[in-house]
Write a protein of this length. Structure first.
Length: 160
């Protein structure tokens, strides 16, 4: 994700679920928010913070889950250390670009669009299936005054 964004800018905010073995949301139920800065000469700088996804959120309305993600991103950005890094490497835009990893079956129609086909891994948030996950997250970011644009969604391949 960061390499794709490097064509436009040197920084990208990334939201990715984490487990002990991979960047896929499973039973550990943590959300990881990362800021990756490409420094050149094959070097990068990465900062991340994990947020626990409660069992209640796994079954809450989709707006509640997306609001949790948006507020987590906002908390990460507003931390003094990360805010200083963003200011240090600012671009012409005040809006940060976001690469969003979504590890559930999605019919992805564009780099920044995809409809949830079904929930797996114990999640069952009403209001999500059949809807565009990127639009739902962008609406939550806007609702929570988080100056971030979801520029891409990535998801692993699933057998349907």
């Amino acid at each position: 994700m960061a390499l794709l964004s490097s064509l436009v800018q040197n920084e990208m905010l990334v939201v990715a679920p984490i487990t002990t073995e991979s960047l896929i949301l499973t039973a550990t139920l943590f959300l990881s928010v990362c800021l990756i800065t490409l420094k050149g000469n094959h070097e990068l700088e990465s900062h991340q913070k994990a947020f626990k996804v409660s069992e209640q959120l796994q079954h809450a309305e989709i707006t509640q889950l997306m609001d949790f993600i948006a507020v987590s991103i906002k908390e990460f950005i507003n931390s003094q250390h990360i805010n200083a890094k963003i200011v240090e490497h600012s671009t012409n835009s005040d809006t940060l670009e976001l690469g969003f990893t979504f590890s559930f079956p999605v019919a992805q129609t564009a780099i920044d669009a995809g409809k949830l086909l079904r929930w797996t891994k114990g999640f069952n948030c009403p209001g999500a299936v059949g809807n565009d996950i990127v639009q739902l997250l962008q609406a939550a970011l806007d609702r929570n005054s988080v100056n971030v644009h979801v520029g891409m969604m990535l998801h692993p391949l699933f057998r349907l």
